[in-house]
Design a protein around this ligand. Sequence first.
Ligand code: HPA
Length: 236
Amino acid sequence: MSREQTPTPHIAAEYDDIARTVLVCGDPLRAKFIAEKYLDNARCYSEIRGMLGFTGIYKGKRVSVQGHGMGIPSIGIYSYELFNCYDVEKIIRVGTCGAYTTDVQLGDVLFAMGACTDSNFADKYKFPGTYAPIADFGLLRGAVEAAERLDIPYRVGNILSSDSFYDDPRQIEWARAGVMGVEMEASGLYLNAAMSGRKALTILSVTDHLATGERMSVEGRQTGLDQMIRIALEIV
Ligand code: HPA
């Protein structure tokens, strides 16, 4: 069934071009960077809308890396097509976030166990209440174990997937409930995984602090990125 739905409107790949585990990130050029730096025999399978996707080999395992753009509607499209048309089993998002709580610092690696949201993306399902988007426990446990093996410090907890990047100072109120930080995609990814019966995890590197106004340097961003990718690739 799925095979006949490929290529999709947004991914030019044939069904077999994409691995069962896909790392995703907002920036398509970061997907290219990950594929070229970390994978063997990486091959680009799609360039539609500049949203590059690659498949290669990491420690003998086939893995793909796909850009997903910004915001829940955009990751919603890519994760839907990967799960439902390409039968992808696991999607691991590696992204950046802003911090809310003062115990979180620039460069920290966060595992989003849960993702609050101010988005109405789940509304289409008309649940009789509010859905609580969560990471897959096996992927989360694998990521924690990998971080400990690699000696990379990490935090596990709740984050916010917001629909707005600018001009909403009220968002920091989420810190009162221990929400560690903010990005723009995890809750949509987790909902799509749940509705597709598949697995997802979001790993984040803190690039700015909303309480203190601090911002990460370019080199610092690179280190955080490297740590996240190494953890993600351990659990493919
Ligand atoms: N807001 C939303 N998404 C982000 C941020 C932010 O401050 N920083 C990195 N991704």
